[in-house]
Design a protein around this ligand. Structure first.
Ligand SMILES: [Mg+2]
Length: 262
């Protein structure tokens, strides 16, 4: 298996709150909790469909899984475009900003075949991911349909969800292939999502660690929840306007919606 962990490195994949002392970068402050910004805050009683991002949302960034994916993206670029490591990471970051994903940039500028790239970058070691027992309990108690919407592949999502023991909570995985390789935050993928699963946007909530993926959901009428503390923690004014709730811990947030005994 490619992507084996360096010796001595341990994965820490337990869902927990972020270190409150850790710096959080904000260009413009987003609502800090459920009560900081009442005009944006919405209730959840009407929600019948919950849409979850996968990477760094259903498992914490401390798992470092996505860092391994990014490293394999860089290695792919090094091999294909004959760049050094620094150049490959610089190109990957530019594509992320300009095209939404590294893949989209490689497709647009080099005509890269997407499935081969996706198979390569997702060939990571997930053996260190532990069952997310508390999150599983919170999902089980949460009324409504749950879907995964990811810029990765269905196979990657399935491998990770199986390790987390969360697969059975989700009715479907809407992946990068299903959205014709037009990644979030491209609005076309959100429209495909709601059409495919007959989602009424005003009765749907979307949870993401990347704030920049929330504006298209909000524009459709969805309630948006930003899980901060991930590696892409920047929020500018445009994203902040599209964030209805900001949370630090997904398990605690979902648990608070369905108190024990209800
Ligand atoms: Mg994510």
């Amino acid at each position: 298996m490619a992507g084996a962990l360096p010796s001595g490195r341990r994965l820490s994949c337990v869902m927990r709150g972020i270190d409150k002392a850790a710096p959080v970068r904000h260009i413009t402050a987003a609502p800090m909790n459920l009560t900081d910004s009442p005009p944006r805050v919405r209730s959840f009683g009407h929600i019948d469909t919950w849409i979850f991002d996968l990477d760094n949302t259903l498992y914490p960034s401390s798992c470092r899984l996505y860092i391994e994916v990014e490293q394999r993206m860089a290695r792919y670029i090094m091999d294909e475009l004959k760049l050094d490591l620094e150049g490959a990471h610089a190109l990957r970051r530019r594509y992320f900003q300009e095209h939404g994903t590294t893949l989209r940039g490689l497709m647009n500028e080099y005509g890269v075949e997407p499935r081969r790239f996706l198979d390569y970058v997702h060939e990571i070691d997930v053996s260190g991911v532990q069952p997310a027992t508390a999150l599983g309990r919170a999902l089980a108690a949460l009324p409504g349909r749950k879907l995964v919407f990811t810029n990765g592949t269905r196979n990657h999502a399935k491998r990770v969800l199986d390790r987390l023991e969360l697969t059975h909570h989700f009715a479907a995985i809407h992946d990068i292939v299903a959205i014709d390789f037009q990644p979030k935050p491209n609005a076309a993928g959100y429209r495909t999502l709601i059409e495919t699963y007959a989602i009424e946007p005003r009765r749907a909530a979307m949870i993401e660690d990347m704030a920049r993926n929330l504006p298209p959901a909000a524009a459709l009428g969805m309630t948006t929840i930003w899980l901060r503390g991930g590696p892409h923690d920047e929020v500018d004014a445009h994203y902040a306007d599209a964030i209805h709730h900001t949370i630090d811990n997904l398990t605690e947030f979902l648990g608070a919606l369905t108190p024990a005994g209800e």
